[in-house]
Design a protein. Structure first.
Length: 343
């Protein structure tokens, strides 16, 4: 069964291609390479022994999408393509709404034209804003403080509206918590194009000697040690969640529209992450506690029980594996895909 994977050359997309291949699906990757490299897909082939069909294209390009749907008998779409830097979205809201929202609408209309009615969408825990309590269940109120989060909320709403009009569509809204880690081979992982915004790649950059020291954003939150607490989830576990979501469509074991959290249910503070990474890498991680980052919240972690109940998915990998695998990727590829890339 062919699955169109938009954004499939990216961090979560490339790991999901492996999970799809392992489960017997055939990923067709459609990506404009704005934040990725085809080397990731070559590495997926190295890991799985299977070649991947790659189409360079932009989800805002209707003709390109029609061509893909004409050439391939697509069972479902997994829609990862999007820009994801919260800070950049504040600077460039039009770019974010155009790329993420217009791109998604363009994709959904191409699906409608071509009678493709199954879609899995990469949403985010960011849609919960600053939750009143933790753990977070799917029925918590949603809100946002930045255009990136706004784009995710709008796309979710567009999909809910599509379902109202076309209840025969199968739509999964997957809300990821904080994806980290890498494939255990160390061949693929997260490759930020610039100085990382997110904690884990920043810590890994310090450990490998590329970055001088970590700024810990705030030491006065009401948490275990004053630093922010998040639900870090291994990207390989996350990738498997997409296969479970697809299988739930196949088995008709879910409502035609559903929303699930993909998290572990466990929160770790920034300093706990630093300690765990030190242990995994054997390197010292220099850090200094600085002011809070605008828009950050104290604590965010999932109640993941609905995903287990509904699609039979739960995270299996713990913090040690998240750090070990990130370190393997980072130390084997200190410059990410860049050394060998000509993209
Ligand atoms: P990523 O940047 O590694 O992957 C996104 C991919 O989409 C990239 O390969 C990029 O080149 C491609 N892309 C971007 N705009 C495109 C366009 N207009 N047309 C075609 N391709 C396009 O990011 P990721 O971490 O793998 O995230 C994947 C998805 O998951 C995104 O939608 C992101 O918002 C969402 N998400 C990510 C996180 C996270 O922390 N990584 C958390 C929650 C949700
Ligand atoms: C984690 C913790 C920071 C960097 C973001 C998006 C969210 C989702 C995942 C896409 C926080 C602290 C970080 C650093 C630090 N992405 N930190 N120093 O902010 O939870 O979530 O990525 O959907 O939408 O908002 O993740 O990794 O940036 O931060 O102290 O250099 O690490 O303050 O407590 P965040 P993060």
């Amino acid at each position: 069964m062919k699955i169109l994977v938009t954004g499939g050359a990216g961090y979560i997309g490339s790991h999901t291609c492996i999970a799809l291949l392992n489960a017997g699906f055939t990923p067709i990757v459609f990506d404009n390479l704005s934040n990725s490299s085809t080397i990731a897909l070559d590495r997926v082939t190295e890991i799985t022994g299977k070649k991947i069909t790659f189409i360079k294209g932009d989800v805002r390009d209707a003709e390109a999408l029609d061509k893909v749907f004409n050439q391939h008998d697509i069972y479902a779409v997994i829609h990862f393509a999007g820009l994801k830097a919260v800070g950049e979205s504040v600077e460039k809201p039009i770019l974010y709404y155009d790329n993420n929202v217009s791109g998604s609408i363009n994709l959904f209309s191409a699906m409608e034209r071509n009678k493709i009615t199954r879609v899995i969408f990469s949403s985010s825990a960011t849609v919960y804003g600053d939750p009143a309590t933790v753990p977070i269940t799917e029925d918590f109120p949603t809100s946002t403080t930045n255009p990136y989060g706004g784009s995710k909320l709008i796309i979710e709403e567009v999909l809910r509206n599509i379902y109202t009009a076309h209840p025969e569509w199968n739509i999964a809204l997957l809300r990821y918590f904080n994806p980290v880690g890498a494939h255990e081979s160390g061949l693929i992982g997260e490759d930020p194009s610039d100085i990382p915004n997110n904690l884990m790649p920043y810590i890994a950059g310090v450990a490998v000697g590329k970055l001088k020291q970590l700024s810990v954003f705030g030491g006065d939150y009401d948490t275990i040690d004053g630093t922010g607490v998040r639900d870090y989830i291994h990207v390989v576990d996350l990738a498997k969640g997409h296969v479970k979501a697809l299988q739930a469509f196949e088995n008709k074991s879910v409502d035609n529209l559903y929303t699930v959290n993909l998290g572990t249910g466990k929160g770790y503070s920034v300093l706990e992450m630093v300690e765990a990474f030190k242990k995994a890498s054997g390197k010292d991680i220099a850090y200094t506690i600085t002011a809070r980052r605008a828009g950050d919240i104290a604590c965010c972690y999932a109640d993941p029980s609905y995903a287990k109940h509904l699609i039979g998915w739960e995270a299996n990998k713990g913090l040690q594996a998240m750090c070990d695998d990130t370190w393997k990727w980072q130390s084997n590829n200190p410059n990410g895909y860049k050394e060998v890339s000509n993209n």
